[in-house]
Design a protein around this ligand. Structure first.
Ligand code: SF4
Length: 64
């Protein structure tokens, strides 16, 4: 599983970083930044899906 953020939609709520702090941080503007390049470790997939579900802007993109 890979995760990315549509920066045009991200509004910097940081709900993603609360749901999955191992996966999401923030950039210099306070918008989301994915901390893991490439495939997520399997044990973080559930947290990433929770972050996707909780993003108010639907800005998190998950691909298999
Ligand atoms: S919750 Fe969504 S809109 Fe908010 S910072 Fe995270 S990715 Fe961006």
């Amino acid at each position: 599983m890979k995760v990315s953020v549509d920066m045009g939609s991200c509004h910097g709520h940081q709900m993603c970083a609360i749901a999955a702090p191992e996966v999401f941080g923030s950039d210099e503007l306070g918008n989301a930044k994915v901390l893991i390049e490439g495939d997520l470790p399997t044990e973080l997939e559930g947290k990433a899906r929770r972050a996707e579900a909780n993003c108010p802007e639907r800005a998190i993109i998950i691909s298999e």
